[in-house]
Design a protein around this ligand. Structure first.
Ligand code: FAD
Length: 481
């Protein structure tokens, strides 16, 4: 145990966010570095519980008390080893994960949980401790991974390190999935993705961007060329809002808005084709994707931004009905929320109203209440708010219907995801599914855990045995009530 009294003598401290008026002038990450001394003190707060519930909170099974102990002892080199023992990409989760491990931290019962991950991996990159780990020999087996998000990348890295020859096919022009074109630069600068990709290339992974499987190369072709296939194509079919006025211009899906904004940072355009400078923006959907639209709109100079959420405002504190160690639905203020805009809860959009040119100008909403399992409009609560641009951020229904699924001829579950066994195998011999394509819309930490576990199944399929870790079964679910 790092410091037996650490949790009593040291308060939880988080890396500071840069001042709002400074950070909305640029696209760089919001958080400032955490100095090593403060981090060591934070690590000293970990109680090294006999039963570390944080392990259960994290689908990767991250060995959190072990890193904390190592950091407290200033053994940063060992700490990154322990971090990498369960997670291929701690620099992604450290920046982006909503941290179910923290919700499960025993200190969270009556005090503030412990946190440290990202500083360890950033320091390890800076110090040059993270180097390629190519396999000692090749097995002669070949694997195609379709989709280059966190699930596909984790599967590819594990399989390449196990000695298989791995190619990652990606329909976009750059590798990274939602890490690249969904998540904005201010949450994670893309050089973090690039340095991991360089490591993976040095380990032997081949990247094939600009190749849509089912279109540019057929599934039959891939099946001929590879001994196994991992489908990691994500849950990219977005939920729409088919109400009056939906056909007006100026109404976009979040994933139509965010990718070009990210491309500006990649140097593809001077200005995004969807730029909301001086406009009144409304975002429909109160989750992470909506918050990413919010931060992007502020950086583009929107006149106002309103974020609508159909659910009631969650409580400030953990509700009694969602006890520790479950992940509680509490009121969260992300960095984007801190930057401004209005959040309106318990409302539903009734219609969009346009001008003579067919462009959206207003949005009419009404308050709702939850009655008999449904949201019902509250009588006489309708009102109109200005809306020159509307972004729909209402989640994703599952993998897209299209040539890939047609050519595989795979069965979908009732919830629209690709059917698979608990070992990630589909009904087709040698074809596996990992990440949001099999789980439905989820989180990066789950995608990485699935990629690692699917890689273990593929390795066993190819060689009859595996030493690769398999952190979760495909049916594993987060700890909720
Ligand atoms: P994806 O990341 O979706 O990658 C799938 C890839 O497959 C895509 O690049 C796609 O182009 C490619 N593909 C699809 N079809 C084909 C084909 N036929 N041929 C070749 N390639 C194909 N989670 C968090 O934990 N924290 C966050 O802060 C967070 N923010 C988010 C913000 C946004 C805007 C969105 C939309 C999601 C966010 N999420 C976040 C969720 C998280 O990004 C996903 O759960 C995760 O990326 C899923 O990983 P994946 O590898 O399964 O799929």
């Amino acid at each position: 145990m790092a410091d037996p009294r650490g949790f009593l003598t040291t308060d939880r401290q988080l890396p500071e966010r840069r001042p709002v008026d400074v950070r909305i002038q640029d696209w760089q990450e919001v958080y400032q570095d955490f100095d090593a001394r403060s981090l060591e003190k934070q690590a000293g707060r970990c109680m090294d519980c006999g039963i570390p519930f944080c392990h259960q909170g994290c689908p990767l099974g991250n060995l959190i008390p072990e890193w904390n102990d190592l950091i407290y002892d200033r053994d940063w080199g060992q700490a990154i080893e322990r971090l990498h023992a369960t997670n291929n990409f701690p620099e992604f989760t450290g920046r982006l994960c909503p941290a179910p491990c923290e919700a499960a931290c025993v200190l969270g019962i009556n005090a503030d949980p412990v946190t440290v991950e990202v500083a360890i991996v950033d320091r390890a990159w800076e110090a040059g401790w993270i180097t390629p780990q190519p396999p000692e020999s090749l097995t002669g087996h070949t694997v195609a991974v379709i989709g280059s998000g966190p699930a596909g990348l984790a599967a590819a890295q594990q399989l390449a390190r196990a000695g298989h020859t791995v190619a990652v096919y990606e329909r976009s022009d750059r590798i990274g999935g939602l890490l690249r074109y969904g998540i904005p630069e201010f949450k994670m600068e893309k050089h973090h993705v690039d340095q991991r990709l360089a490591q993976m290339e040095a380990e032997g992974v081949k990247f094939r961007p600009n190749v849509e499987v089912g279109v540019d190369v057929t599934v039959a072709d891939l099946r001929r060329r590879y001994d196994a296939i991992v489908i990691a194509t994500g849950a990219t079919a977005w939920r729409d809002l088919p109400i009056e006025g939906r056909e007006l211009t100026g109404i976009y899906q979040a994933m139509e808005y965010l990718p070009p904004a990210n491309r500006v940072q990649e140097g593809d355009f001077e200005e995004s084709p969807i730029d909301v400078e001086g406009q009144h923006v409304v975002i429909i959907g109160g989750g992470d994707t909506g918050a990413d639209c919010l931060g992007t709109a502020h950086r583009q100079g929107a006149a106002s931004v309103t974020q609508l959420e159909i659910m009631a405002r969650p409580p400030q504190e953990r509700p009694q009905a969602q006890p520790w160690p479950t992940y509680p639905m509490t009121y969260r203020v992300s960095s984007a929320h801190e930057e401004g805009g209005e959040r309106i809860f318990a409302v539903s959009t009734q219609r969009f109203v346009g001008d003579d040119d067919g462009h959206v100008r207003n949005l009419e909403l009404s308050e709702v209440e939850f009655v008999d399992g449904r949201f019902e409009p509250v009588p006489d609560s309708e009102r109109s708010i200005p809306a020159d641009a509307v972004f729909l951020a209402m989640g994703f229904t599952g993998p897209e219907q299209g040539p890939l699924l047609e050519q595989f001829g795979l069965t979908l579950t009732e919830r629209g995801s690709i059917e698979r066994t608990d070992e990630y195998a589909t009904e087709i011999d040698g074809v596996f599914v990992a990440g949001d394509a099999g789980r439905g819309q989820s989180l990066i930490v789950w995608a990485i855990a699935e990629g690692r576990a699917a890689a273990a199944s593929v390795d066993r399929y190819l060689t009859g045995d595996t030493n690769l870790p398999s952190p979760i079964r495909a049916s594993a679910r987060p700890l909720t009530v």
